[in-house]
Design a protein around this ligand. Structure first.
Ligand code: HSE
Length: 435
């Protein structure tokens, strides 16, 4: 059995609490999670209420004590802000520790300095949680899409503003009230101006561009406009013209090649046609469209902020480091994540136990009581009907379409057998699943 991987946490706010909570509850997750051990946690104030119950002896107000603790193998920086976060990341690298950070502000501005320091020290700095919350986008850009020539990366990469825009559009909710909700839900930055003025999205698109196009970009030169100046009347007019308004971040190549490669980056409230895949991305969700050759267009979608999703991305990075460490333990060892090896038996349930909603269409006679009899067969087998409609009634017969609530396949089959035995039903013409 490999030695545990010691984790030192810098920060126990929204994201830090989410990370601690996963590490403390490894059950039913990948077994490598059980190999991670939370060693020390740096907090600003020992007396503040904690988002998660922790052994008080783990806590310290000295981040250096966490970094320098010999039992800490991986330092997780979830303090946020530029300083002291940047210095602490560099300190961890200098101490020979790999780092996991959710800090887009630091990586967008000091990513090059940090990457060079990490390369020189032979450690990793992983940043999956810095962009897109729980959406895996950093590792796909670094690895899974590595065979592509990327032409464009665009998307909705700030959860707070998307949440605000969605609630304003759907409910006509007031800006200030919705922003307050976003703060309470743990989506917004400590200074929400970073969200509403587009700065957070600009940090993130600068990071994505660096990974997609292979060279660091000047974060300060990204034209950035947020939603604070957006007027309701323009959202209304856009809506009438067939568009939604989203805070979009875009990075695209402007030439086949070049040294330097010319890129165009921008963050701006943008009209999105209602049938565009980004138009349906609502609430705190983010989505990133990557356009590459030869893959074409691929979209990554999911929750872009909040404790759980961001912690999911942080833990993924810690696991990557743990996996690499296991693989380097000697000949015959492999990275368990890369190997995707099974870690327990699984068994499929009997098909009769599969539960879902169903759509069925029957051919019937157009006779009195047919719908009642069909409904009765469902009711007697405890199959609850969501809707039942008769179509195309004529002398030749009719069609009855039923959508059920969620039921087991066994209940459904019993009901269908009974219905097909009814004299006024001539057959089951279609049977589909229904989400
Ligand atoms: N404030 C950020 C957002 C948090 O709303 O997207 C995730 O980076």
């Amino acid at each position: 059995m490999a030695a545990k991987v010691g984790v030192g946490l810098l920060g126990l706010g929204t994201v830090g609490g989410g990370v601690a909570s996963i590490l403390q509850n490894p059950s039913e997750r990948h077994p490598l999670v059980g190999e991670l051990e939370l060693i020390r946690v740096a907090v600003r104030d020992l007396n503040r209420p904690r988002p998660v119950a922790l052994d008080e002896s783990l806590l310290t107000t000295d981040p250096s004590a966490v970094i320098q603790d010999p039992a800490v193998d991986v330092v997780v920086e979830v303090i946020g802000g530029l300083e002291p976060a940047r210095s602490l990341i560099l300190q961890a690298i200098a101490a020979g520790k790999s780092v996991v950070t959710a800090n887009k502000a630091v990586i967008a501005r000091h990513g090059q300095e940090i990457a060079e320091a990490a390369a020189a020290a032979g450690v990793y700095v992983l940043i999956e949680a810095a962009v897109g919350g729980g959406i895996p986008i950093i590792e796909p850009l670094k690895q899974s899409l590595g065979g592509n020539r990327i032409n464009r990366v665009s998307g909705i990469i700030n959860g707070t503003t998307n949440y605000i825009l969605t609630r304003m559009a759907e409910e006509g909710a007031a800006y200030d009230a919705v922003l307050k909700d976003a703060q309470e839900l743990g989506y917004a930055e400590a200074d929400p101006a970073a969200d509403v003025d587009g700065l957070d999205a600009a940090d993130k698109i600068a990071i994505l561009a660096t990974l997609a196009f292979g060279g660091s970009v000047d974060r300060a030169a990204v034209p950035t406009d947020g939603i604070s100046g957006l007027q309701g009347v323009d959202v209304d007019y856009a809506n009438q013209l067939g568009y939604g308004v989203k805070l979009l971040a875009v990075a695209e190549r402007m030439a086949e090649s070049g040294d330097p490669l010319p890129l165009s980056l921008r963050v701006q409230p943008t009209l999105v046609p209602k049938d565009h895949p980004l138009a349906g991305v609502n609430g705190v969700n983010n989505a990133i469209l990557v356009e590459g050759d030869p893959i074409g267009r691929v979209m990554f979608y999911g929750p872009g902020a909040g404790a759980g999703p961001t912690a999911s991305a942080v833990v993924a990075d810690i696991l990557n480091i743990a996996g690499i460490r296991q693989a380097s333990e000697g000949p015959g060892n492999v990275d368990p994540l890369l190997a995707a090896s099974s870690w327990r038996p699984c068994a499929l349930v009997d098909s009769g136990d599969i539960r879902q909603r169903h759509y069925v269409r029957f051919k019937t006679k157009d006779a009195p009581g047919v719908i009642g009899n069909v409904g009765g067969c469902f009711g007697q087998r405890n199959v609850s009907i969501q809707s039942i409609v008769q179509f195309n009634a004529s002398d030749a017969g009719a069609e009855i379409v039923v959508i059920t609530h969620e039921v087991s396949q066994r209940q459904m089959n019993e009901a269908l057998d009974a219905i097909q035995a009814l004299p006024e039903v001539s057959g089951l013409a279609a049977h589909l699943g229904c989400l």
